[in-house]
Design a protein around this ligand. Structure first.
Ligand SMILES: *[C@@H]1O[C@H](CO)[C@@H](O)[C@H](O)[C@H]1NC(C)=O
Ligand SMILES: *[C@@H]1O[C@H](CO)[C@@H](O)[C@H](O)[C@H]1NC(C)=O
Length: 522
């Protein structure tokens, strides 16, 4: 199957080549025609040639379109393995990355891209959000500085958010590498020049998801100010309709320049090696079963009355959460609840993973600790956390720095053989996008709504235990992280609100930063 698809892809480029040469052939044929043709025959020939070219064009472009569709359809309906009803699947199905059609990172600027000139106007930034929100925000700020012809001052990290982390940029990221690797794109300085510290700054909350014209217009601020302060960094830049060079710059910034600081990178690598030496392969599970998440979403399935009450009170008392009264049943049916540890266990079992599978849990504290976690570990006992694979000494430097421990989870998740997020969110999106970028590593995204339906049918006996595996695998056949184009806005939503419904650029940087490399297809 694979080699067939591969050949089909290759043949598209061959056909494209053929098409090019057939055009040149027809023009040389035209030169050999009778020396003194009548105007009538010239017209006839031209019409015939024209018709022929159109025929060739339609013929081949139909093929190309079909091929594009095939890529998408295959992703939607890959053949289920024959063994899908049994528990033991071939290793390749369980662990192998989806076929990537030779799609690889492509981040080189286009030919017309010019090196930066090092502007004497400055952009200062205060980041907001958790680690992954800040990382994507910083990458957007790099792009913004480029669009606005500004020098970027190393951004301030969020110290006020829920995570209360006092880390500064250079604690979390390799500052020197960040500055150096973007040298040709944007000038970045560690601090604002002394003489500008006290000059008035334009303080801006840029409009969310803005495009080129918005920021080009904002350059009028340079007439009155030498420094613009950006008060919020998240989602300031549109996902779509930006120049290719800006999109690729975002990818260079996020995937290459914004490397974690050496202590984090080193420990992250060490932990990945430790996991591999234990079992060879591992699943990274982003288990969003934390107290704040459950309280915020109002999901109480599988919890005791006392626990539900505790979460309700927490929600009641958290001022910035607007939704107070939540119907847990409706949330669950709608697919808005994180999977419970028990559901994750059934999910993995249904996919055919062996009970001895090594599972790394990337998460904060699991709500209810072992009482809830045991519903997963009873099926998959080989569950580990960073606290169990790293020594206390190794983790000491990162304790009380949520961004730095989140960075360790990030590295281990990106490097895992299989990544499974139990809920959506900034981390899940960022890891998924990074894995797509690196060659479509396997990411299984649970269809929570569909799963809840199956689980309900199982409980009422409408679905037999024996067909559970088949149903779960069928539901997730096209949710394995295979190549697909980034999703546009939801239909029916008008105005600026539609930007919010688009798939995030960083969740799927295809097609701008992922393409079919010539070398890879040879
Ligand atoms: C930024 O500088 C380049 C090169 O001088 C210029 O072509 C471009 O118009 C400037 N962009 C803005 C938004 O001022
Ligand atoms: C919650 O929603 C479900 C399904 O719509 C409904 O049957 C139930 O009565 C609701 N519960 C409350 C407390 O409103």
């Amino acid at each position: 199957m694979r080699s067939k698809r591969f050949r089909r892809c290759e043949s598209v480029s061959e056909m494209a080549k053929d098409r090019g040469s057939s055009h040149s052939r027809t023009s040389s044929v035209a030169k050999i025609f009778p020396r003194k043709p009548s105007p009538y025959s010239i017209t006839l020939y031209i019409i015939l040639l024209f018709a022929f070219s159109i025929f060739i064009f339609i013929f081949y472009s139909k093929d190309i379109l079909e091929d594009e569709q095939n890529i998408l359809e295959d992703e939607q309906n890959p053949p289920l393995p024959e063994e899908s009803r049994s528990q033991q699947l071939p290793d390749e199905k369980l662990w192998g990355a989806p076929y990537n059609y030779g799609l690889l990172p492509c981040i080189q600027p286009t030919a017309k891209y010019k090196a930066t000139q090092g502007w004497d106007r400055y952009l200062t930034v205060r980041c907001n959000g958790g680690l992954n929100q800040m990382r994507t925000g910083i990458s957007d700020m790099v792009a913004l500085a480029r669009i606005m012809n500004a020098t970027l001052v190393i951004p301030q990290l969020d110290k006020r958010s829920f995570w209360q982390d006092s880390s500064i940029f250079s604690d979390v990221f390799d500052e020197h590498h960040f500055i150096e690797s973007l040298k040709k794109d944007v000038r970045i300085v560690k601090v604002l020049p002394k003489e500008l510290e006290s000059v008035p700054r334009a303080r801006k909350h840029f409009t969310s998801w803005s495009g080129m014209s918005y920021y080009e217009e904002m350059t009028h601020l340079w007439k009155d100010y030498q420094v613009i302060h950006v008060a919020k960094s998240d989602s300031r830049l549109a996902n779509n309709d930006l120049p290719l060079d800006i999109q690729r710059l975002r990818c260079r910034a996020l995937y290459y320049a914004l490397r974690f600081s050496p202590p984090i990178e080193n420990l992250g690598k060490k932990l990945v090696e430790r996991l591999r030496s234990r079992a060879g392969r591992y699943i990274a599970l982003h288990l969003r079963y934390e107290k704040d998440m459950l309280s915020f979403t109002g999901c109480t399935s599988g919890l005791t009355d006392a626990e539900s009450e505790e979460l309700r009170i927490m929600r009641e008392n958290t001022n910035h959460w607007k939704m107070k009264k939540i119907n847990a049943t409706e949330q669950r049916i709608g697919g808005f609840c994180p999977l419970t540890p028990k559901e994750v266990g059934i999910f993995l079992q249904a996919h055919g993973y062996n009970p001895s599978t090594l599972i790394y849990i990337a998460a904060g504290e699991i709500y209810g600790g072992n009482t809830h976690l045991s519903e997963l570990t009873s099926l998959f006992p080989n569950v580990v956390f960073k606290e169990t694979i790293a020594t206390q000494g190794e983790l000491k430097a990162f304790a009380n720095h949520a961004s730095q421990t989140a960075a360790l989870d990030y590295i281990i998740s990106v490097e895992s053989d299989v990544f499974i997020p139990s809920y959506s969110g900034n981390m899940a999106r960022a890891v998924e996008g990074h894995r797509r970028f690196l060659g479509h590593r396997k990411t299984i995204t649970p269809d929570r709504k569909g799963l809840v339906e199956i689980f309900a049918k199982l409980e009422t006996g409408l679905v037999k235990e024996s067909s559970l595996s088949y149903l779960v695998m069928k539901l997730h056949a096209n949710r394995q992280g295979a190549p697909r184009k980034r999703g546009g806005p939801l239909s029916g939503i008008k105005g600026r609100a539609r930007f919010r419904t688009e798939e995030s650029f960083y969740q799927n940087p295809y097609p701008e930063c992922i393409c079919r490399s010539k070398r890879a297809s040879q």
